[in-house]
Write a protein that binds this ligand. Sequence first.
Ligand SMILES: Cc1cc2nc3c(=O)[nH]c(=O)nc-3n(C[C@H](O)[C@H](O)[C@H](O)COP(=O)(O)OP(=O)(O)OC[C@H]3O[C@@H](n4cnc5c(N)ncnc54)[C@H](O)[C@@H]3O)c2cc1C
Length: 395
Amino acid sequence: MKPAPFDYFAPATLDEALALLAEHGGDAKPLAGGQSLLPAMNFRLARPAVLVDLNRISELAYVRAESGVAIGAMTRQRVVERSDVVARAAPLLAEALPSIAHPQIRNRGTVGGSIAHADPSAELPAVMLALEARFRAQGSTGERSIPAAEFFKGMLETALAPGELLIEIALPPLPARSGTAFLEVARRHGDYALVGVAGVVTLDPRGRCQSARIACLSVGDGPVLLSEAGKLLAGQSPSEELLRAAADFFKGMLETALAPGELLIEIALPPLPVRSGTAFLEVARRHGDYALVGVAGVVTLDPRGRCQSARIACLSVGDGPVLLSEAGKLLAGQSPSEELLRAAADAAATRDIDPPSDIHASAAYRRQLARVLTRRALARAFERAGSALYAPEAP
Ligand SMILES: Cc1cc2nc3c(=O)[nH]c(=O)nc-3n(C[C@H](O)[C@H](O)[C@H](O)COP(=O)(O)OP(=O)(O)OC[C@H]3O[C@@H](n4cnc5c(N)ncnc54)[C@H](O)[C@@H]3O)c2cc1C
């Protein structure tokens, strides 16, 4: 289709562009790279009576290193992607840019155009939110600076007033000990992402997480700041926190601690302590079926070969995974022996779990399975930990 008729102006300066926008009011639209606006006009989803083309305004196209980085709104996405200044000062932006469409589109599309367009599936708004960017906007009556957190108002909606232009994107310097990452999933490279995540984490001098700013795209009407996830990480030592978060994660049947709009983005497993052994066993009707009962265990020996700790978790015996804490307590500090393992397995079956009866298995059968599997899993784990005191019997 062809667009509806429109008048076209191509001013050479910012002042001229602002004067034209003021003169034509709500009938006029600025044209940047045209990669979103022109398709919308061709489909007659947008019908501006006047187009004010910003492409000849060279004063709006630049990348400058100044306490962070400043980018003119008309800078092409491809220029920013290739900028050494951006790679050094804002590696998150450099990492995210290649995920936008294809090079041909990024050769034309501008950074300012993508931000002003405010597509909830676009990469740059989420990156800007994570980086705490500030946007300089100018209208015929003056200039103002808008923080990214106040700029995105909803689907294709921003804080820009009619006739106001986004003229510069200012990214503050990253604090020392910061790391950034951008990840997204799209059906094909170049498609809009199904979901993407842009993150900035900063460590304090002791290696704890001082702050974490993570923004998500394609999960709402605009970029979404994962503030609950950020709060959870702040002040914690990353591995400690992730362990704690993992323990608190499972809340019940098909229920987790994730807040609405929050994504699970990584599973971090701490290194096993020395002298540790692990085992996993389950019983299912057929291989590949959900298990009737399963047991996963980690045991660690102390230097004298006694059990320093035993962490055993059971599946299919409750509303979520069940930690066999009574069994673990019974083992701690003891020398592994067949008798001890049987006692721990009994504690697991009688005190740690309260399994359900359903069409797949009775509660009594599950209890018995948990008893047998716990004993066998412990025997294997202790053997793998190098226990010299315990020679496992044949299962
Ligand atoms: C096939 C295809 C695939 C794409 N895939 C992606 C993708 O995966 N991810 C992604 O983020 N984008 C994608 N895009 C969009 C692309 O990134 C656009 O370049 C971008 O959204 C808009 O930038 P633009 O410079 O082309 O702006 P334009 O299309 O010219 O303008 C977009 C809107 O912003 C307004 N505007 C532009 N500049 C300013 C300004 N300085 N101040 C105020 N308002 C302004 C315009 O009036 C218009 O309403 C894709 C586009 C195409 C055609």
